[in-house]
Design a protein around this ligand. Structure first.
Ligand code: B3K
Ligand code: ZN
Length: 877
């Protein structure tokens, strides 16, 4: 397989101005005709024309109306090369596709009878021979022809013509006036219903918002539609960005490799991120739908109007758009909660990626298969880097930077450097060193920030010592310092932030400051302090670093109770829990005695009985770190069974010792009325269901009753799912019956069945894997549907470390078998599923050997997709 390198980038030799496409849709034989108006980028150039292509047949190839002679072109495994073309010409290309056979879900395929496309990153070439690279921008006109079994025909842009044809078929023609890269092309055809509402933009243009779904799902679109409207309004208000076409269409399909796709004017969505009603979707589903709808909408500017020069720049659109959707969600709900959830995702998943064999910079330097680079690093660390700019500049100045970026680059394909340059050029006053900042994009790995301090309370002084470093990552031995904004406050004995004045400054200081760390070591001395202080560091997680600071357990408990920064209250609570767990893991017998000391119990008790705190925040604070995260914090080799045992032990101890407070808190948060999706109601459900995760381990009868009561009688999926997941953790015949009843009720609703599959995949019961193997044969399961695969196999391998890492290797072999089956038809899904195996170096020798053996067998397989090959090679390198 070929390695593509960032530094090999060359601008295109040929440009495409206009593309006319015509599709005669048929499940087994769809004819595609393309007419490309081409010209040389440099009129004097001589380079041949390179068109990428898949393995579809080439039916016809004409230049300016005449068939091309056989010596004028050459076909190879990745496409066509054409020689001796005039400097400007029209090329006609015809091909034929078999959408029904396409189970890779890339290019043109069928999902439950609906024709749809997925072209990012390199799927367009599977539809038509084309310069399939993001820096070739063209205007598209698309005609779809089909019979009456496909009444709805959609493509990008505005509808320009439609009607019946003489042969009984019908057609629709769409024109997209905005030049775009081929990865944003889309078409959809099928029997769909449309839920719509009009929208008026800030400047007064009217837009039709439309959601297309299968008729049986017609009643499940309200939340998605309302979310879309809110996202559009928000982008106008925050960034002055308006929508630009006559309509905005979203189509929901059941078979989709990822969450959704931002095709210009015609988003295609995984139905998971569109369909919702209280009986089938949880609060988290509702939030995810809102977030993904917003994300794809925001791409219209950050991604579509301004796109990527090449795929190494992926974070230009993804990091920025994730940042935008995060800010949107923060404004719609609680900013503190949103921030904590983002950071939790970053700390558990992106940090793990950065520490493993697939670590790569936000702007990677090379790839074999670009689809492998849609990663936590590119998306979520990328979003953190945009956030760093906002933190350094303040949000108004950051918005000014965004405006310059849009003004400067609208209609272009650019780089992450261009983005940083625009934001900084708009803010020369900020004095930010561009080179220094850009290292964040080019260096992989999570920086480690070690802070220490000396306090001279009598003199009112506090001296902070900062050291930053970054561990080596594959291909990058040595790292240089980066620009770290360190947001901090110093709290007095009552928890109030003191005025912060640095030695040498004359003005009275603000209660919170952002220090700029620019070198490997730095010191700051704060003066005029009223006495003893407790530092609140890296507030709001002001930079994506690992923080090491010598805070005592008493100080953590103080911060948990008093810090005015909600994020740091959460972080302190998590630190206390983690310390208890790590102490248990260090003790020879897994900590034979109590893991929860009085300090932890009191802090928990205080939180559970605190009537003034936000229940959602408490729920997050009191959630035990995941087994995966705990394992990542261990200095040596990991024994997943012990991690599981110690975590369960702490959970049980907290449940027993706090039983009464948990019960009271549970009852207080219980809703009297029916389900509503609102901030306060959601927060109450979260705390109530957090209490339930402990109560499920309580020996008290009453706790058990509550759990069953909720599983059987709740009126909404949030509460049902919370209780069912807990019941399914352990073996019990009554639970089996309940699961069976649930299945009978919901087996025709695939999104609900995914939850049912996931509970069983997460279970601790000894026969978990045997049951999963039987579920693979269940009619409700299908190996070709990515949602089902992720619910069953993905959940088992990622969220059930106890069984996945079974000491006999049965979990690994299970994954191996599924990978071998799936890689044959859907490499993208296979390359995602393999991730947990790639972390083999972290484990104790027994598991390590077993994991390695699986990887080696996979590496030797023939055929092996490029996607899976690259992942396995990186793990074995
Ligand atoms: N841009 C798409 C992801 C495409 C993934 C291709 N393997 C969705 C998104 O990030 O909005
Ligand atoms: Zn995106």
């Amino acid at each position: 397989p070929v390695v593509v390198r960032r530094l090999d980038y060359r601008p295109p030799d040929w440009l495409v101005d206009e593309v006319e496409l015509c599709f005669w849709l048929d499940p087994r034989a769809t004819r595609v005709q393309g007419r490309l108006r081409l010209r040389r980028a440099d009129a004097g150039g001589t380079a041949p024309l390179r068109l990428h292509g898949g393995d579809q047949p080439l039916v016809r190839l004409c230049c300016d109306g005449a068939e091309l002679a056989s010596h004028a072109w050459q076909r190879d495994s990745d496409g066509l090369t054409l020689f001796g073309l005039p400097a400007a010409c029209t090329l006609e290309i015809e091909t034929e596709l078999d959408p029904q056979a396409n189970r890779a879900l890339e290019g043109l395929y069928l999902s439950a009878g609906i024709f749809c496309t997925q072209c990012e990153a390199e799927g367009f070439r599977r539809i038509l021979f084309f310069p399939d690279r993001p820096d070739v921008l063209a205007r598209y006109t698309t005609t779809l022809i089909a019979d009456e079994r496909l009444p709805v025909l959609l493509a990008n842009g505005n509808l320009v013509a439609s009607g019946p044809l003489a042969d009984g078929r019908h057609f629709a023609r769409w024109h997209d006036p905005f030049p775009k890269p081929s990865y944003l092309f889309a078409l959809v055809a099928g029997e769909l219903v449309c839920r719509e509402r009009p929208y008026r933009t800030l400047s007064g243009r009217s837009v039709q918002l439309q959601i297309y779904v299968e008729p049986r799902n017609a009643a499940l679109c309200d939340h998605a539609l309302a979310s879309l409207e809110r996202a559009m309004r928000w982008d106008e208000q925050r960034f002055g960005l308006e929508y630009d076409l006559e309509r905005y269409m979203v189509v929901a399909v059941d078979d989709f490799n990822m969450g959704a796709m931002e095709n210009k004017g015609l988003n295609v969505f995984n139905s998971k991120y569109v369909l919702a009603c209280p009986a089938t979707a949880t609060d988290d589903d509702y939030l995810d739908i809102e977030g993904v709808i917003a994300h794809e909408y925001f791409h219209n500017w950050t991604g579509n109007r301004i796109t990527c020069r090449d795929w190494f720049q992926l974070s230009l659109k993804e990091g920025l758009t994730v940042f935008r959707d995060q800010e949107f969600s923060a404004d719609m709900h609680s900013a503190a909660i949103k921030r904590i959830e983002e950071v939790r995702l970053l700390q558990t998943q992106q940090f793990a990626e950065d520490a493993g064999p697939t670590a790569h910079p936000v702007r990677p330097d090379s790839y074999v298969e670009i689809n492998n680079f849609y990663t936590m690093t590119v998306y979520h660390k990328g979003a953190e880097l945009v956030r760093l700019l906002q933190t350094l500049l303040g949000w108004e100045d950051f918005v000014r930077g965004m405006r310059l970026y849009v003004e400067r680059h609208d209609g272009q394909a650019v780089t992450t450097d261009d983005f940083v340059a625009a934001v900084l050029d708009a803010n020369p006053q900020a004095g930010i060193d561009r080179e220094l900042f850009s290292r964040w994009y080019s260096q992989a790995g999570t920086p480690l920030l070690r802070l220490s301090w000396q306090q001279d309370a009598a003199a009112g002084q506090w001296r902070l010592h900062c050291r930053q470093s970054c561990p080596p990552t594959p291909g990058q031995e040595h790292k240089q310092p980066v620009l770290i904004p360190l947001r901090l406050a110093l709290l007095d004995a009552s928890g109030r932030p003191c005025g912060l004045r640095l030695a040498g400054e004359t003005e009275a200081g603000a209660p919170e400051r952002v220090l700029r760390l620019t070198a490997a070591e730095q010191e700051f001395t704060f003066v005029d302090l009223p006495g003893e202080v407790t530092p609140s560091l890296l507030r709001g997680f002001s930079a994506p670093v690992r923080l090491e600071a010598p805070l005592t357990r008493e100080q953590q408990a103080f911060l948990m109770a008093h810090d005015s920064d909600a994020f740091n209250r959460w972080q302190a609570a998590q630190a206390l829990l983690l310390q208890a767990l790590l102490a248990g893991l260090k003790a020879p017998e897994g900590g034979a005695g109590e893991l929860a000391d009085s300090l932890l119990l009191e802090a928990f008790h205080h939180s559970l009985t605190d009537q003034t705190a936000d229940p959602a925040l408490l729920a997050l604070a009191l959630t035990l770190p995941t087994e995966g995260y705990i394992a990542d914090q261990l200095p040596g080799a990991v024994d997943p069974a012990r991690v599981h045992q110690v975590r369960e032990k702490l959970r049980g101890q907290l449940a027993t010792r706090l039983n009464d407070a948990l019960l009271i808190c549970y009852r207080q948060q219980q809703d009297a009325g029916p389900y509503v999706f609102s901030g306060p109601a959601l927060a109450r459900r979260r705390l109530k269901n957090l209490c339930l995760t402990y109560l499920a381990r309580s020996p008290a009868e009453e706790a058990r009753d509550l759990l069953w009561q909720q599983a059987r009688h709740s009126d909404n999926m949030t509460d049902t799912a919370a209780a069912m997941a807990l019941l399914a953790e352990t073996p019990d015949v009554a639970v089996d019956e309940l699961l069976q009843t649930f299945y009978q009720r919901w087996r025709h609703q695939p999104l609900v069945i995914d939850k049912w599959l996931a509970w069983q995949a997460r279970s601790q019961r000894p026969d978990c894997l045997a049951r999963l193997c039987r579920l693979l044969e269940d009619p409700a399961f299908s190996l070709t549907n990515p949602n089902r695969v992720r619910a069953l196999i993905g959940t088992f391998c990622q969220a059930n470390p106890y069984h996945f890492h079974a000491a006999d290797g049965s979990g690994y072999r299970f994954l191996e078998q599924q990978l071998c089956a799936i890689d044959g038809f859907n490499p993208q899904v296979a390359a995602r599923l393999v991730l947990p195996l790639l972390r083999w170096p972290r484990f104790e020798p027994g598991r390590r050997v077993l994991m390695l053996a699986v990887l080696q067998r996979l590496a030797a397989r023939q055929p092996l997709s490029r996607d899976l090959y690259e992942m396995v090679q990186r793990a074995l390198a």
